[in-house]
Design a protein around this ligand. Structure first.
Ligand code: ECB
Length: 135
């Protein structure tokens, strides 16, 4: 049985989100707004099927996938690119590779108790986020 990420998670730390956004080519004004946001993650998981919603007061983003099945991801409202995306288990970690125009793009999630970690990578930039379970 895979570990279950289901629940609601609130951000408590966000390191180098600015560098990650610069690597994605996000314009200055949008970066200034986005950098102020306190995203909430809603995970809906049924075994190897996931929906991850990222909710903010400015924009929302949602991604649904099955482990090991490549899909076309349009990062609508983010950098609006098209990626060929695959998420796999690495032990209890979720490891996502987003193939496309940007090199070395992807993310990894893992949990330790009621703490959820996320590392977002693009080119040479790594954004490290920490969330606490709120529901
Ligand atoms: C929707 C939350 C942030 C909205 C920021 C708006 C504009 C900034 C534009 C681009 C910034 C690039 C990415 C935003 C970073 C995180 C949002 C979702 C990232 C993501 O891929 O989440 C994964 C892993 O939890 C699941 O989709």
């Amino acid at each position: 049985m895979p570990v279950n990420y289901s629940g609601t998670w609130d951000i408590v730390d966000n390191h180098n989100f600015e560098g990650y956004m610069v690597a994605l080519g996000i314009d200055f004004a949008t970066r200034k707004i986005a950098g102020m946001l306190k995203p909430q993650k809603i995970f809906e998981q049924d075994g190897d099927s996931f929906t991850i919603k990222t909710l903010t007061t400015f924009r929302n983003y949602s991604s649904s996938f099955k482990i090991g099945e490549e899909f076309e991801e349009i990062t609508k409202g983010l950098d609006n690119r098209k990626c060929q995306t695959t998420v796999n288990w690495d032990n209890d970690r979720l490891v996502c590779i987003q193939k496309g125009e940007k090199k070395n793009r992807g993310w990894t999630h893992w949990m330790e108790g009621d703490t959820l970690y996320l590392e977002l990578t693009c080119e040479d930039q790594i954004c490290k986020q920490t969330y606490k379970r709120s529901a």
